[in-house]
Design a protein around this ligand. Structure first.
Ligand code: NAP
Length: 498
């Protein structure tokens, strides 16, 4: 049984506190302070990480700048080779990393292992994609623009940005970290990671896999501490050349404060599931349960509101309830379907939304039940637009159903949201599905399946308050580069074969 903080990972631990990673070494902070990570299931302190100081952040940024210059001169195939190595080491050590995910964020045991394996695959795919897309540039000739002869050749290629700051959220602290680390490194950038507090220890183990792969000193670093304390210092740091952030509203605040650097923001969602009368109702029920309740609804792309035609609503609600009754509720170690939500304050927030819906007359399909951070799955029927849960993201195992009388009503509700991450439509009529998809103001629409991030090479983006830019392996590599061109000016026009 592999244990976190032991074996090859022993050096990342200093007594009871996990070290941070700077200049190719595991260090303890001069602050002498640590941040507690509370296990969502036991509600007791599980781990501690260093509370890094501003001075330590400055040093990390300086080292990153120096390391990046040398890295940019490292051949692309060599960068890819190191990434492949890191991916293999990551997969080899999936057990202790998954253990951290179970203890820090109450991720069901099997899903925790899948997150690590998926992350290794993502890093390998990124290495391969980078070799292809960064290995090609463009040649432009001048005579396509009016008034020009062919006397100028423009060679354009992609160059790194410099130092990329990566800030992932708690729900996929490994996967959403490597989805930033991989593209940044293959493109020739240095990378500074600020992991979420819940999930930091899993992230530190993941970073150690990159360390073991042998990346140059200072190229990757990982500073820990509360986002509310060191977040602004990091995001406004003059040494940062790009910010890739995934999380909630914090991202909107960062966008307002960050300097003139490219931003990749993947923020919250209120993904709507529009169900038409001709849909396959079993398929719908299965997807509502999987889409709405996997990892207890703590997924950016969870189904967060069901908009269903009145005539089929009873039948679907009944099917969903039957499936919810079969979900296993309990600790993540037992591979339960529903596990405790990440913090007590999250549980309180979810409860606030449930109580508001109760006061305003929603129908409770199950009894509301909570023990500590564990909330039993709950479907709320007959939700109306005056209820908070019709619009807000619970990030928990609670799903509202709004009954609609026309497709337009469903599209209207979806588009009235501040969010625009994903949405889904269930119908057997593909022509209708396309029209509805086009009308939905979301970054992605899934037809006949619940929203999902992935496979990881698909483009992934949110409209409105759900984000800026697009992720997915190819898009992230491109986002973390800039185009540079060199123009060759000939003394006289030259036409090939002319
Ligand atoms: P969060 O509270 O916004 O935190 C995200 C990250 O930001 C954490 O690493 C956090 O660190 C850090 N942070 C906090 N304050 C900061 C500051 N002032 N400056 C810089 N960084 C700061 O989000 P979360 O609770 O972890 O995740 C849930 C949210 O993420 C949901 O809204 C969900 O929809 C969204 N999400 C979106 C996607 C997507 O791709 N669209 C994917 C997954 C999740 P600390 O943990 O130390 O506070």
């Amino acid at each position: 049984m592999a244990l976190a903080g032991t074996g090859v990972f022993a050096e990342i631990l200093d007594g009871e506190v996990y070290r941070y990673y700077a200049d190719g070494e595991w260090r303890s902070s001069a602050s002498g302070k640590s941040v507690a990570i509370v296990n969502p299931t036991t509600r007791k302190t599980q781990y501690r990480v260093q509370a890094c100081t501003q001075e330590e952040v400055n040093k990390v940024m300086d080292a990153a700048k120096v390391a990046q210059k040398a890295w940019a001169r490292t051949p692309l195939w060599k960068r890819a080779e190191l990434l492949h190595k890191a991916a293999a080491i990551l997969k080899e050590h999936k057990a202790p990393i998954a253990e951290c995910l179970v203890k820090e964020i109450a991720k069901p045991a099997k899903d925790a292992v899948s997150e690590v394996v998926r992350s290794g695959d993502l890093v390998s795919y990124t290495a391969e994609e980078g070799v292809r897309i960064l290995g090609e540039g463009k040649l432009l000739v001048s005579d396509s623009f009016p008034g020009n002869e062919r006397n100028k050749y423009c060679l354009s290629s992609k160059i790194p940005l410099g130092v990329v700051l990566a800030i992932p959220p708690f729900n996929y602290p490994v996967n959403l970290a490597v989805s930033k680390i991989g593209p940044a490194l293959i493109a020739g950038n240095a990378l500074v990671l600020k992991p979420p507090t819940q999930g930091a220890v899993a992230a530190l183990h993941m970073v150690h896999c990159f360390h073991l792969a042998g990346f140059p000193k200072g190229l990757i670093s990982c500073v820990t501490g509360k986002g509310s304390e060191i977040g602004d210092f990091l995001t406004m740091h003059p040494g940062v050349n790009c910010i890739s952030f995934t999380g909630g509203d914090t991202g909107i605040a960062i966008s307002k404060k960050a300097g003139m650097v490219p931003l990749q923001m993947e923020l919250g969602g209120k993904d709507a599931c529009i169900v038409l009368e001709d849909a396959d109702l079993d398929l719908v029920a299965g997807n509502i349960v999987k889409g709405g309740f996997s990892y207890s609804g703590q997924r950016c792309t969870a189904v967060k509101v069901v908009l269903i035609m009145e005539s089929i609503a009873d039948a679907v609600v009944q099917k969903v309830n039957a499936k919810l009754a079969k979900l296993k509720v309990g600790p993540p170690e037992d591979d339960s379907d529903i596990t405790p939500v990440v913090t007590e304050s999250s549980a309180n927030f979810i409860e606030g939304l449930v109580m508001d819906a109760k006061e305003k007359g929603a129908t409770f399909c199950q009894e509301y039940r909570r023990e500590g951070n564990l909330i039993w799955p709950l479907l709320l029927d007959h939700v109306r637009p005056d209820m908070r849960i019709a619009w807000e993201e619970p990030f928990g195992p609670v799903l509202p159903v709004i009954r609609i009388n026309s497709v337009e009503e469903g599209i209207h509700h979806c588009n009235a949201s501040n969010f625009g991450l994903q949405g889904c439509i269930f119908t057997r009529d593909i022509n209708k599905a396309i029209l509805i998809s086009d009308a939905m103001e979301t970054g992605t629409v899934q037809i006949n399946s619940a929203p999902a991030r992935g496979p990881d090479h698909f483009p992934f983006q949110g409209l409105k308050d759900s984000g800026i830019g697009s992720q997915g392996i190819t898009n992230s590599i491109n986002m973390m580069t800039k185009v540079k061109s060199t123009v060759i000016n000939l003394p006289s026009p030259s036409y090939t074969m002319g």
